[in-house]
Design a protein around this ligand. Sequence first.
Ligand code: SAM
Length: 374
Amino acid sequence: MSTTNVYEQVQERYAEGAQQRQEALCCPVDYDQSLLKALPQEIIDKDYGCGDPSRYVRAGDRVLDLGSGGGKICYMAAQLVGEQGSVTGVDMTDDMLALARKYQEPMAQTLGGDRVSFKKGYIQDLALDVAAMETYLAAQPVSNAQDVQRLSTWQETQRRESPLIADETMTLVISNCVLNLVAEADRRRMISEIYRVLTPGGRVAISDIVADEPVPEALKNDPALWSGCISGAFHEGAFLDAFVEAGFVGVAYDKWDAEPWQVVAGIEFRSVTLIATKPETAEDYDGGHAVLYKGPYAQVQDEKGRIYPRGQRMAVSRCTYGTLMNSGHANDFIGFAPHETQNRGGFCKPAGATRSAAETKGTVQTSSSSGGGC
Ligand SMILES: C[S@@+](CC[C@H](N)C(=O)[O-])C[C@H]1O[C@@H](n2cnc3c(N)ncnc32)[C@H](O)[C@@H]1O
């Protein structure tokens, strides 16, 4: 299928799904029932998710839900972010946006505050404000090559000056069964957009469908299979690789359904939840932090090649410490913050060095001169 066809087919299918529940698009999910209680039945019925990324939401998060559909995950997340947090849903299908917005006011009353907004956009181009573009097009329809050029200039200016989702504004990006619907040609851009909008240290939790074997072209060209969240599925290995290539760390499957959701032409399509973290990028230096990998493996190695042997207190920079301890893998490590915050130059351990307990406690500073870590 061509890229344009993909979006037309998907929009058509989910416009129908917003009008009437589509059984074929429903995948059984074990949601947190206490969060569902506050939701209108129509939103629960028109649920086309395949996992529950709301489980990764923390108080105070600024959450972006990619392909928010009827708004179920947004309204669940709104119950978890608290008064300081916010939830933004982005979707390209008008009927889905209308369904989600229909309950915005009653939900704000139920939850005691309006923390949710729904925006029209493409998840592979999160800077483009599609509603604003439609207003522009209504006033200046495109009918010749010069108009196309003008539209392109307008888009560039709009993305730069008033992006739909601005750089580094979200602390958590979630999505439920949507990335597989994006055209393959746009996927690299989609993941780099997720990276762009996240704050340093921001997290990703994506529930989606993956395939255990490469999907043949004949299946990919079947519009019903593509829009039905099947033939556009990432290959199970490529999905992780795509996030590593985009610069994320701590990329892992946190949930994996042993039972496939569908089997087509012998290929298993199953629901998974991928988690990842955008590394901290603040000025980095050795401030005296250490982490100890708890096991059970002899050692683990991160995306940057750093090795953490089991049971050893390893010296890590301030940013590596922040990224690790804020990630979905924090429970695999014990973190030791320095007794007193050390300024640049206070400690200077080379990468891969151990750090004595005494040093972390601030009683003895065993190394202050060796290079490589600062
Ligand atoms: C399978 S449904 C999932 C909806 C919702 N996440 C849920 O859990 O019920 C896919 C949704 O993603 C939207 N969508 C698909 N591709 C998109 C894209 N490229 N940009 C924005 N929205 C997209 C569709 O309009 C639809 O609402």
